[in-house]
Design a protein around this ligand. Structure first.
Ligand SMILES: Cc1ncc(COP(=O)(O)O)c(C=O)c1O
Length: 425
């Protein structure tokens, strides 16, 4: 039996927020005018002003309903306003909201233990909590800087892949490949070498005893949902182990059930040295984590060498515990696998779709024309939120609780959306 509990769509109760921000009676256009005069323009113009969500649905300031097939970019694992996660967050906040890292709290410890168990981490493995994916990778970058491969010589070289996206802070940006993101901020932390994507021979040539770490995304999300070829992770594990380099997997986008498994790298049958997580972990509440495997890697950063004010706070860790519990108790991973497979096979049969990639509910598909941004617009007009990571690529990363029936509404609408996008060109 399908155990997924859909969030009931009910009228929102009046919350104290309305006394701070009057959300009713203002059109989207009015909010956008205020946005453009008060917010930094780094995100361009927002597509819509969203005021409410329930399950896989959201509503904008003009009252229009959307099926959210992007889930806050792979974040809203249980959809919007999940009653269980909401109640756990509220009760934790009402009990103990924040303590500095001079102290700890039961939710922080319980979440670390849970993540280590889910990752089948051996004894001596450890967790460092952050507030975002880029911070998790920043911590991993510092971890790599401490790796000498057991020798006395400092290693500064780090290997990452062409197409990689690891975040926007300076260390994570150095790992990120896209020139347009990097160039305005150079010099970036040095030593990072980008090698061709998915090419084992290039990896073999690059990994030697001067390399501190290799950073990989099992599926490159921002590059258009590009999975590493079969065998690549295993080869990377063997090569890094031989050279004394760390294998660090960025599962910020692919982790926490997104691919139908806790970690996308599970099938490779390897144990990395570290994994970074964020996005889906808090079910919409900001939290990230660096998980280090084994005693040696877990001891590389010692007392005082890294830190954060907010990371691992009681509310964020309670939100993540609630999210993980709901995913487990409602068989969400099985739903991800089934609905993902349904979507991928149906999309592959749509005229104008040339390739479908991904796993579970991280799906990328290519179109036969450079109309992906126009598809996003036509999708919004038709009541669907999708994303275009490239000129002819559409990405779907919906809540993991998306039902087959909801997926079918998109599949039924998609041919007309694609046509409207082409007509608009
Ligand atoms: C693979 C990957 N790593 C890191 C990040 C950065 O995460 P955040 O935006 O939470 O800093 C992202 C965000 O898209 C990502 O997809």
């Amino acid at each position: 039996m399908n155990k997924i509990q859909q969030t009931p769509v009910v009228e929102p109760v009046e919350s104290p927020v309305v006394e701070l921000v009057e959300t009713k009676g203002h059109a989207g256009s009015e909010w956008l005018a205020r946005y453009s005069t008060s917010l930094m323009g780094v995100f361009g113009t927002p597509q819509r002003v969203l005021v409410r969500g329930a399950g896989c649905l959201v509503w904008d300031a003009d009252g229009k309903e959307y099926l959210d097939l992007l889930g806050g970019i792979a974040v809203n694992a249980l959809g919007h306003a999940n009653p269980f996660v909401t109640s756990v967050i509220s009760s934790q906040l009402a009990t103990l909201g924040h303590v500095s890292n001079f102290f700890t709290s039961p939710t922080q410890i319980a979440l670390a233990e849970k993540l280590l168990a889910l990752g089948n981490a051996p004894a001596g493995s450890k967790v460092f909590f952050t507030n975002s994916g880029t911070e998790a990778n920043e911590a991993a970058f510092k971890l790599a800087r401490r790796n000498t491969g057991g020798g006395d010589t400092k290693r500064t070289k780090i290997i990452a892949l062409e197409g990689a996206f690891h975040g926007r802070t300076m260390g994570a940006l150095a790992l990120t490949a896209k020139e347009a993101y990097r160039a305005p901020f150079e010099p970036l932390p040095g030593g990072v070498v980008h090698i061709p994507f998915g090419d084992v021979e290039a990896l073999k040539a690059a990994v030697d005893e001067t390399v501190a770490a290799v950073f990989l995304e099992p599926i490159q999300g921002e590059a258009g949902v590009r999975p590493l070829p079969p065998g690549y992770l295993k080869a990377a594990r063997e090569l890094t182990a031989r050279a004394g380099a760390l294998l660090i997997l960025d599962e910020v986008q692919t982790g926490i059930g997104r691919t139908g498994k806790w970690l996308a790298s599970e099938d490779a049958g390897i144990m990395p040295d570290a994994v970074t997580l964020a996005k889906g972990l808090g079910g919409g509440f900001p939290i990230g984590a660096l998980v280090t495997f084994g005693v040696e890697t877990s001891s590389l950063l010692s007392a005082g060498q890294h830190g954060t004010t907010f990371g691992g706070n009681p509310v964020a860790t309670a939100a993540a515990l609630a999210t993980l519990h709901a995913i487990e108790s409602q068989d969400v991973l099985a739903n991800v696998a089934a609905v993902g497979e349904h979507l991928r096979s149906a999309l592959a049969a749509v005229p104008g779709v040339t390739e479908v990639r991904g796993e579970g509910l991280l799906i990328g598909f290519d179109l036969d024309a450079d109309v992906a941004p126009a598809v996003v617009q036509a999708g919004l007009d038709a009541g669907f939120i999708v994303n275009s990571p490239g000129p002819r690529t559409i990405r779907l990363a919906p809540p993991l609780v998306l039902t087959t029936a909801q997926a079918d509404t998109f599949l039924a609408a998609f041919p007309a959306i694609l046509q409207a996008a082409k007509d608009a060109q």
